[in-house]
Design a protein around this ligand. Structure first.
Ligand code: CMC
Length: 391
């Protein structure tokens, strides 16, 4: 009989070779194409980071200008798509809407179906990066009963997204540069993270030759889960539920109790076992944004900081190496910007799109095999069919 390595949850299986993102979980190090995330978060922009992830090198000034033009040319979605949104209930979760709408893009861009042509793959990649903010903003506008706002391409990637979410007709909307910078940083910090669940989903879907829009829709569906991208929504909801600092011990006790089924959201990571470098940047960013917006004594931030302090000195969390992850502080920033919690995971999806598509392109270019895991069968041995009269 065949002998397989049994590795549920893929804790020790490398599924591919990749030259995109490097993580050292013990050191708390994250590199995109060799560049430390801290340096990129400080010096770069999301679109420049997209170029780096997609093509492997930082762009020259000319290359960045050309890339920006190519992305902005594709930010609109087909006008018929509006009808698709209108088919959803207003109270649908924006992630549910996005899974459907992104999957449906292949019904509009037929060239995406031919993935053997590198030019088609390139155009699909650019379309996806360009259209995801538009689609997420439309899902939001639809949910609050406001008209869709078309992209304004003189704005930055992050600024354009904020405007599509928050501008209303007949009123001027100025993008706040502080929020624009913070949004851009959130996007960069989430841009790629090697073979996490949603990226592995995109690769597995892509390995069958499925079109890229279908693959990204599969990635969005996977990201939505609370153990993955859905943690940012769950974390902020948890901080609100805790509400005040004096209730923290109750929640810590619940998280330590295996029978409660409760976990501290925004804590723990499969790979990072010392700290999540993205969380460090995010925490600084949360402080900056609240300070600059003049929000002092934000009760959620107080709860978050105290929860972090208590958890990090608790034997349970220390022994299991559970630290705040990227999602622990991002929600505080997004809430201060005015986003409802249901938009947190869609913003993660916009940001991760470049990672998904870069990994998909890398995989297709390699001409690899279809992903086809095996299993350890634990069901009944061979037996003969019994007629219903004799059961
Ligand atoms: N609160 C309480 N206990 C926890 C937590 C937590 N947040 N996370 C892990 N543990 C415990 C867990 O019960 C287990 O205990 P034991 O060994 O006694 O059975 C041990 O720590 C190891 O946990 P695990 O589930 O085997 O670890 P994993 O590597 O499979 O899971 C994780 C990683 C991120 C899914 C998990 O830590 C978790 O559920 N965290 C909360 C959700 C979250 O914040 N997710 C976002 C991750 S970062 C962004 C992203 O990936 O999208």
């Amino acid at each position: 009989a065949d002998v397989f390595t049994f590795d549920p949850g893929f804790t020790s299986t490398a599924s591919c070779k990749s030259a995109i993102t490097y993580i050292d979980g013990d050191k708390g190090e994250l590199l995109y194409r060799g560049y430390p995330i801290e340096q990129l978060a400080k010096e770069s922009s999301h679109l420049e980071t997209c170029y780096l992830l997609l093509y492997g090198e930082l762009p020259t000034k000319g290359q960045l200008a050309d890339f920006t033009t190519r992305v902005t040319k594709h930010t609109m979605v087909h006008e018929q798509m509006h009808n698709f949104f209108r088919g959803f209930r207003r109270d649908a979760h924006p992630m549910a809407t996005m899974v459907g709408v992104v999957g449906a893009l292949s019904a509009f861009y037929h060239d995406s179906l031919d993935i053997t042509d590198p030019w088609h793959r390139e155009v699909s990649a650019i379309r996806m990066i360009a259209k995801l903010p538009t689609i997420a903003a439309m899902a939001y506008k639809y949910s609050v009963g406001q008209p869709f706002v078309y992209p304004k391409n003189s704005l930055s990637y992050a600024g354009n997204f904020l405007r599509m979410c928050f501008a209303v007709p007949a009123e001027d909307y100025e993008v706040n540069p502080i929020l624009e910078k913070a949004m851009d940083r959130i996007m960069m910090l989430h841009a790629d993270h090697e073979q996490n669940a949603s990226t592995s989903t995109v690769r597995l879907a892509g390995s069958s030759g499925a079109n890229p829009f279908a693959c990204i829709a599969a990635g969005i569906a996977c990201l939505w889960g609370p153990a993955h991208g859905g943690a940012n929504q769950a974390c902020l909801e948890m901080l609100k539920e805790i509400g005040t600092v004096d209730r923290i011990p109750e929640f810590i006790a619940k998280a330590k109790d295996k029978n409660s089924g409760f976990r501290l959201m925004g804590f723990g990571h499969r790979v990072y076992k010392n700290f999540d470098p993205r969380a460090t940047v995010m925490k600084e960013s949360a402080d900056e944004v609240l300070e600059l917006l003049g929000v002092h004594d934000n009760p959620l931030l107080q709860v978050a900081k105290e929860l972090e302090r208590i958890a990090l000195s608790d034997e349970y969390f220390i022994s299991k190496k559970l630290y705040p992850n990227v999602d622990f502080y991002s929600g505080i920033i997004l809430e201060a910007m005015g986003f409802p919690t249901s938009m947190f995971t869609p913003i993660f999806a916009i940001s991760r799109t470049v990672g998904w598509i870069s990994q998909w392109k890398e995989m297709i270019a390699e001409n690899g095999k279809i992903g086809r895991p095996r299993q350890l069968y634990v069901g009944p041995a061979r037996r003969d069919y019994v007629d219903v009269k004799h059961r």
